[in-house]
Structure formats: structure tokens, C-alpha cells
Design a protein around this ligand. Structure first.
Ligand SMILES: Nc1ncnc2c1ncn2[C@@H]1O[C@H](COP(=O)(O)OP(=O)(O)OP(=O)(O)O)[C@@H](O)[C@H]1O
Length: 356
């Protein structure tokens, strides 16, 4: 049996006439690393707060190991939260901060110090154990916050944008540390983030939300390669979408009329004949050497480097911007110039239709 550790059933959160979370269903497995992602205000933090017991849903049910949690107070749920601003106690030193939750549980002083010392060592904080929180860097504070949350050996750790206050170098380092901790401890991590790279790098599954509703739940690969609606495809950022009307829809092929021409695609759930639809092509499925069957032309309007990957921005003749993602050496070998005409191409098997 593959029973969920934490189960949210038809959970909604309504503030006077505003629905922050709308009929959300989610089953989270033991040991899973799951991320909630979506635009600002989509209800990610509210969902996490309801899991922690900091807010109670207006309707729905929440089960931990099959037992309803709605009457269980935060401190009894055993789901500590790590916050973006760390929320450490400024009047306690590192060691006392880490010991604090054990003290709340009534753990005797000697056992507390021993347990805290283990976590201080594990998180590389030995030389800072007696320091005040104000004397620590952002990365050190985040490690104290993690140690304080994990010292009670919870089954579930809730993390609300825990890396967003850190600089990009430290963020990547802490991502590696979080993945390592997750693997070593076997604890379920539920992680809220704006960052696609954080969610996709670390998670087993990602939940994409918009306006309080779940849009898709899947592995990073499923979300990236098979978004199930136009919102997800656009939100993921590295897809190109061309609006049009479906001309033909068969088992394995589809055709769409757009103002850039008629294109073939593999068909997809949700699209219907003679209805508005969007053709979706991932930026890394586009060729610059004209070798694909479907072609459009445009002019290079910009580029962006991330590591060894370049994203080229191409202005199409209808003014739409297309993104093409390639390895740097591949782009360099083509000797492309800003403003130069370029033929973009792709194969129909890499294009699919989504309902608008
Ligand atoms: N106490 C409250 N009263 C009224 N509205 C609230 C309250 N708390 C949150 N909201 C609203 O609920 C919606 C969801 O908020 P939430 O904090 O869950 O969003 P989020 O996805 O975490 O956003 P962000 O990424 O910006 O943190 C927002 O529109 C927010 O303004």
C-alpha cells in the first residue's frame, strides 16, 4: 500500500470574500521532497501555514498518517517550519536557539545540550555555538534555523522560501546541503518557492498553483515536458506559445492555424477542433540550422548566458518574442549577429497543443 503521510482533502481558505486556496487536494508520501510553486499571491504560504496549523482551513480536511489534524495544535503536529527570515530568537545564542524546541518538549538539560551539540557539529556551526545570532552571516543563520527545526527529529519539515534571503552563490550551496540532509534523514520536505531552478533541482514532485488552485502536480520532467495547461507552459518560462485555432485533431497529429502560418503538432489533452488553442514548443527543441520540419523566421533581439547555456531572444514578424536555448559553443560556431535574420525550425513531434 502506498498511503500518503500527509493528505489534504478539498482544502479551502477564504478571507472575507477572497479565496486564497481553492479546493486543494494533495497527497504527500513519506520521505518525499515536494515543492509548491506559483506566482506571488497564489496561495503557497497559506497552504503551508494550514499544514503547520498556523491557520485553519475554512473547509476541507487534513490528515497525518490517516488522522485528522484540524483539532491538533501546531506544537503537537510535529511539523516545524523554516522561514525566509529565519525567525531565530535574537536574545539566545546559537546553542540555546537549537535547544529551544527540546526545552519546549520538556527534554532535560543534559540531553538537550547533547542533542544540540550533535546538530551544531552536523551543520558546521561548532565555532559559533556560543555566538549571538546578530554575529552570524545569512548562511550561518539559515543553518541554525535548519538545526533548530530538525533537532526534534520531525517526520515533516516545512520550508517557506528558506533560501530567498541569501545571495545566489550561497543559495546554490544551501540547495546542495538541503538535498543532502533530505537524503540522509529520510524526512518529508515540503518546500515553498518562487524559484523554478530550486524546485526543479531538489524536488521529487512539484505542485504548480495559480489563484489558489492547483494547476498541475508532477515530477519536474513532467511539468517541463508535458505541462497540462497554457498557464503552466507559460509559467515554466522556457516554452514558446503561439496562439491559434485547431484545424485538425487526430490520434497522433494535429494542425493549428496561427498568424505565423499553419503548423503540425502531436495532439494533446484539452485542445478541441475549431477552438482557440496554443502551440507549445520548448526553447531547447528549436534548431538554428534549419533542420526541423516546421519553420519560422525572425531577428535576434537579445541573449542571456547562464553557465554554458545561452538563451537567444528572437523577434518574430508578428512582434512575438521566441526563446531558443542552446549550448554556448553551438551558438558561437554560428557567428550570429544582433538584428540578423534567422530561420528557426522544430519537428512536429516536439510541438503540442494546449487549450487556451
Ligand atoms: N490574513 C489574510 N487576510 C486576507 N488575505 C490574506 C491573508 N493572508 C493572505 N492573504 C491573501 O491570500 C493570498 C495568498 O497569500 P499567500 O501568502 O498564500 O501567497 P503566496 O503564494 O505565498 O505569495 P508570495 O509568493 O508572494 O509569498 C494573497 O492574495 C494574500 O494577499
Amino acid at each position: 500500500m502506498n498511503a500518503a503521510l500527509l493528505s489534504l482533502k478539498n482544502i479551502s481558505m477564504e478571507y472575507s470574500n477572497f479565496i486564497a486556496v481553492d479546493d486543494l487536494n494533495l497527497d504527500i508520501k513519506k520521505g518525499e521532497f515536494i515543492s509548491l510553486m506559483g506566482p506571488s499571491g497564489c496561495g503557497k504560504s497559506t497552504t503551508l501555514r494550514m499544514m503547520a496549523g498556523l491557520d485553519n482551513p475554512t473547509s476541507g480536511a487534513l490528515y497525518l498518517d490517516g488522522e485528522s489534524q484540524l483539532e491538533v495544535p501546531t506544537e503537537k503536529r510535529g511539523m516545524p517550519m523554516v522561514w525566509q527570515n529565519f525567525a531565530l530568537f535574537p536574545f539566545l545564542n546559537v546553542q540555546k536557539n537549537i535547544e529551544f524546541p527540546l526545552k519546549m518538549q520538556g527534554v532535560p538539560s543534559e540531553a538537550r545540550s547533547k542533542k544540540a551539540a550533535e546538530w551544531i557539529e552536523r551543520m558546521g556551526l561548532t565555532e559559533f555555538a556560543k555566538r549571538n545570532i546578530s554575529q552570524l552571516s545569512g548562511g550561518q543563520r539559515q543553518r541554525v534555523a535548519l538545526a533548530r527545526a530538525l533537532v526534534t527529529e520531525p517526520r515533516i519539515l516545512l520550508l517557506d522560501e528558506p533560501l530567498s534571503a541569501l545571495d545566489s552563490h550561497l543559495r546554490i550551496k544551501m540547495q546542495t546541503e538541503l538535498v543532502r540532509l533530505h537524503k540522509e534523514l529520510g524526512i518529508t520536505f515540503i518546500y515553498v518557492t518562487h524559484s523554478q531552478s530550486e524546485a526543479f533541482t531538489m524536488s521529487d514532485r512539484v505542485v504548480i498553483m495559480n489563484q489558489g488552485k492547483v494547476q498541475q502536480i508532477g515530477t519536474p520532467k513532467q511539468i517541463y515536458r508535458a505541462p497540462n495547461n497554457a498557464f503552466v507552459a507559460e509559467f515554466i518560462g522556457m516554452n514558446n506559445l503561439i496562439p491559434g485555432a485547431v484545424l485538425r485533431l487526430e490520434d497522433k497529429t494535429a494542425e493549428i492555424r496561427t498568424d505565423l502560418g499553419i503548423f503540425k503538432a502531436r495532439s494533446f489533452v484539452g485542445a478541441q477542433k475549431d477552438t482557440p488553442s496554443k502551440l507549445v514548443i520548448a526553447a531547447d527543441c528549436i534548431h538554428l540550422d534549419g533542420s526541423g520540419e516546421q519553420k519560422i523566421s525572425g531577428k535576434i533581439s537579445g541573449e542571456e548566458f547562464v553557465g554554458s547555456v545561452i538563451t537567444l531572444f528572437i523577434e518574430l514578424k508578428n512582434g512575438q518574442e521566441f526563446k531558443v536555448q542552446k549550448q554556448q559553443h553551438e551558438v558561437e560556431s554560428l557567428n550570429l549577429k544582433y538584428g540578423a535574420d534567422l530561420t528557426l525550425s522544430w519537428n512536429a513531434e516536439n510541438a503540442f497543443l494546449l487549450a487556451s
